[in-house]
Write a protein that binds this ligand. Sequence first.
Ligand code: OXD
Ligand code: MN
Length: 591
Amino acid sequence: MSTHQTLDRWVSEMAALCSPADIVWVDGSTEQKRALEEEAAGKGELIRLNQSRWPGCFYHHTAANDVARTEHLTYICCRSREDAGPTNNWMAPDEGYRKAGEYFRGSMRGRTMYVIPFSMGLLGSPFSKIGVELTDSIYVVLNMLIMTRAGSSVLRELGGNGAFTKGLHSKAGLDENKRLILHFPEDNTIWSVGSGYGGNVLLGKKCLSLRIASHLGRREGWMAEHMLIMGLEAPDGKISYLAAAFPSACGKTNLAMLVPPEPFRRRGYKVWTVGDDIAWIRIGPDGRLWAVNPETGFFGVAPGTNSRSNPNALETIRRNTIFTNVLRTEDGDVWWEGGEEPFPTAGINWAGLRWRAGMKDESGKPVPAAHPNSRYTAPLSQCPIASPEWNNPNGVPLSAIIFGGRRSGLVPLVYESFNWQHGVYVGATMSSEITAAQYGKQGQVRRDPMAMMPFCGYNMADYFSHWLEIGRRLEHPPKIFHVNWFRKDENGSFIWPGFGENLRVLDWIIRRTNGSTGAVETPLGLVPAAGDLDLSELPLSGRAMENLFAVNPEEWTDELAERRHFLEQFGDKLPSGIMAEHQALRKRLGR
Ligand code: OXD
Ligand code: MN
């Protein structure tokens, strides 16, 4: 029970629908957390790892049919279909409540309903939003305690009549045919049923912090973005902040926790992690953009994480971490493809099968140890380079916004947009090649504006207008850049070394924002002039640099046609400024 009548009434109504055996309010205390861990371990929902090697860590695995976000079962339920736009699944609110209501009815029989009051953002910050998630999963409770600020303090902040997002989740039967992830932006409500996978059920994350928040942001004049936030400290001690949007599988977490290359480290460059996934951005009283990370943890992809690719992530997940769908060894260790050596010789793989190194399936394919989308949930406070500013209620001022994608051709290593409107066009036409980790044909290009395609809670054309409107209101807009770490040479090899070396590009970006370096104009935007990019101690040939920055107009014909086709689906709703930028690019390329 709380002191908030609307909240109490809603909890009672949802309990009447789902029929739990009892109701437990999550208070955020260590005692309650320990008791829940104990209970989950007792029921086998979590497995305690070897505590001397992995203190405070647990293992969990989801159903085999429930290992990733289910975009085809994710809907925006607003009254008018047009408000959801052509890139979202849409369902009428009445139908959504009716359909999911059938799946929720009696779904918690014999189970406990947990009531999790949580805050996205620091309590009391002007950026923050409060949510309450009702769930029948202890795994969800324990993840939410890592990813959000949850517990009784949130109820105190909510008081007797504060606004909150209503989130209802039930695993129900974990039946794919009875799974729905529904968002009712007009009711500030989320209903998620039939799944136990993080991205579908940790309702503070994608559902609230992006889909519902993007809707609230449009209404209230701020932005909810799928962006990492990082600080880059220069040798003089000045820290500049960047926010960057990349589609999945482009290394967002690695970039947020980047280790500078040796020559930069020696000179005193440092990176500070503010967030790896979500940025809430507002216009500050000084006319600049300010950003917070509303989360308190990382829900990161495990495979490929090792002490070379991301030593800071590896250090972060050494304790108090929940591992999902990785390999577990008999002696309570965990492992994943691309993880640390020594490699295990045997264990229980993500699907619960006895696994041996080198094992093949009937068709001769290697049997994976960890699922490619296996995850770790770890507290941000444990990141060795966590920025002290991640707890600043006013956020950090942004010097630059970076968009990026995975393109083996066409797109230079880095370019700067000419102005805000051009930058919004650059974000709106973002794209990435599909990798082995995603559904779809490998190499095929997928459009993903601002990396928000699966997360924008309203019509994407209105979202572009909102970006343009924010730009009009900004006295000191950050510069907007585009990067592509993935350009390949004629032999199909990556030209740019990536990882820590990406700092060289970030350094140019920051120096562009403070006017201390030059650039040359190309049809796409501004690129570093020869010598502007600091390549000290990086053996990269002049030819490689030429290939990295080449803009070949004749190669752009198909890309321009695809962009146009993509933008035309928004019809009259597409802001004219976006099409004007498209035409201007076409002209500059002479196509
Ligand atoms: C994520 C995603 O899990 O973008 O962050 O899918
Ligand atoms: Mn994400």
